[in-house]
Write a protein that binds this ligand. Structure first.
Ligand code: FAD
Length: 496
């Protein structure tokens, strides 16, 4: 029987995953990608001999045998790549008081350090550490899609049973949970560890994974991870066209029949999958014709990951012994356009010599910022460049205060704004990870179809609330399982 044809919009990790599993299961796949390279937001770029990494801080479930690792291996993500395991999450440093706390993999040490700072919170600290410890031992399974029916739902509940009791017990936003800490420094550290609005259970998962030796990243930067999966896709016989922006999803009698690219060419297919940004898929490529109340509710009310300003420097010096991930509470707020921010993340890539010339180091500051101001500003390219340069200078001044001599060693500076993310990946309002991990978002399974539209499916972070690399990858895998079921095929995974 002839293979069904499938066009996939977007060569981010979800599109690549859909393509790989599609090929393994007899679909003739072709990915059309807006950018010139694969990976979407999971990317890195080169400037004057330095690799500027734009994504992976920590990849979950990396240990051989664990749930997501199976998927990374099926997709060949670590083939020709060296996986580096992490033993430190972040150092929180209040510049004003010069107080610091390291969140590392040794939970006994963390408990002792926290109690030394806040003996008055001893009981709450024990409870916090217990949450991390409980979750360190649990493997994280990919959820079963509801489209696979009741049996899959029961299987999912069974596989998640270990987690569920913690998900229920700790289903409270981090910033509410931390009210139990009397010590304001400890409270602020925990609030800023990841996202203050997400359920504290997820924070326990991350710190538990660190303690369990499950968090990793890829030597050479995030693009190597994406490139490896793109290679696997092409080895499986998948086709891919870059610089191909999809403007419209072609529909006949409420059936998706293909796509129209920006150059006007039309490509017909039996199945259309969008692994691209959710808003532009639903409201632009499909003209907002296939909607229901729950979709409107999401786009009107659900918060998004806040856009970022990412400033990367190439420094002609070493930073040996310094903590690679630092969260700096600034002594005075930094003004970015019309908003102020009081903290910044600093990454010192001293653990990966392949990212910089010998004896040199990549440094990266990340700050939350607004979206609309940057979109307005980029219309005047000189003003846009001036503002980027101004902020890069101020941030460098802060880094120089922490690591004297840095300023004079800088050879290259690169500034990515929310407009940069939109320009290269089209993600809605610069949200690099889709829907924020709120209680409501994490409790919702978003369907991979749209109401009233046949032959059309979605994959990726806009249908997997909370986003992240594992969800992007399992979303493509689950979609092909759904299609196999509909086409009466047995889902198979080809050896990697
Ligand atoms: C700074 C940063 C740090 C992160 N850190 C981590 C981390 O440590 N751990 C982790 O697990 N996750 C992390 N993430 C999140 C994770 O990278 C993403 O959630 C995931 O990669 C999203 O993949 P995706 O395929 O769903 O979406 P995307 O990467 O957005 O891919 C969508 C693709 O569709 C293309 N596209 C869009 N519109 C069109 C169109 N009209 N026509 C053709 N193509 C189109 C885009 O160009 C893009 O390639 C981070 C992300 C960022 C930006």
């Amino acid at each position: 029987m002839a293979e069904k044809t499938m066009v996939i919009i977007g060569a981010g990790l979800a599109g690549l995953s859909t393509g790989c599993y599609g090929r393994m299961n007899g679909y003739k796949t072709h990915i059309y990608e807006h950018h010139t390279m694969p990976g979407g937001v999971c990317t890195a770029w080169k400037r004057d001999g330095y690799v500027m990494d734009g994504c992976i801080h920590w990849l979950m479930s990396c240990k051989p045998g664990s749930g997501f690792r199976k998927i990374y291996d099926e997709l060949g993500a670590f083939r020709d790549n060296r996986l580096m395991f992490l033993d430190h999450y972040v150092r929180f440093h209040d510049q004003d008081s010069d107080q610091a706390l390291d969140f590392g993999s040794d939970l006994d040490r963390l408990a002792a350090d926290m109690k030394a700072i806040a003996p008055e919170d001893s009981l709450s600290i024990d409870e916090f550490i217990k949450g991390c410890r409980d979750l360190a031992a649990l493997d994280m399974p990919a959820p079963e899609p509801r489209e696979l029916g009741m049996g899959a739902g029961v299987k999912s509940l069974w596989e998640m049973r270990g987690f569920l009791k913690y998900m229920i017990k700790y289903n409270v936003p981090v910033n509410q949970y931390t009210l139990r800490f009397k010590n304001l420094f400890i409270r602020e550290c925990i609030n800023k560890l990841f996202l203050p609005d997400m359920p504290v259970s997820f924070l326990f998962v991350v710190l538990g994974q660190l303690a369990g030796g499950q968090l990793g990243c890829v030597e050479g930067g995030s693009q190597r991870f994406s490139d490896a999966i793109a290679r696997r896709y092409q080895e499986l016989g998948g086709e891919i066209t870059y610089r191909a922006s999809v403007e419209e999803i072609l529909v006949e009698n409420d059936r998706a029949v293909g796509i129209r690219l920006a150059d006007g060419s039309e490509i017909k297919a039996d199945i259309v999958v969008s692994a691209a940004d959710g808003y532009s898929t639903i409201f632009q490529m499909l003209g907002g014709k296939y909607l229901d109340q729950s979709i409107r509710h999401r786009f009107e009310t659900w918060p998004l990951f806040k856009p970022l300003l990412m400033i990367t420097y190439g420094a002609a010096r070493e930073y040996s012994g310094e903590k690679a991930a630092q969260l700096i509470k600034l002594p005075k707020p930094l003004k970015i356009l019309n908003q102020e921010t009081d903290s910044m993340h600093l990454r010192i890539f001293n653990y990966d010599a392949s990212l910089a010339p010998s004896g040199c180091t990549v440094l990266q500051a990340t700050l939350e910022t607004g979206y609309d101001g940057w979109i307005d500003l980029q219309k005047d390219s000189a003003a846009y460049d001036r503002e980027k340069e101004r902020i890069a200078g101020e941030v460098l001044q802060i880094i120089d205060g922490l690591f004297p001599g840095t300023k004079d060693s800088i050879e290259v500076t690169d500034v990515a704004t929310p407009y940069t993310w939109f320009y290269y990946t089209r993600n809605y309002r610069g949200s690099y990870e889709g829907w924020l991990m709120t209680k409501e978002a994490l409790q919702t399974q978003i369907p991979k179809t749209l109401p009233g539209l046949q032959n059309f499916y979605m994959a990726g972070q806009w249908v997997e609330p909370g986003g992240g690399i594992p969800p992007a990858l399992y979303s493509g895998r689950n979609l092909i399982r759904i299609l196999c079921k509909q086409d009466h095929k047995i889902f198979t995974v080809a050896g990697s």
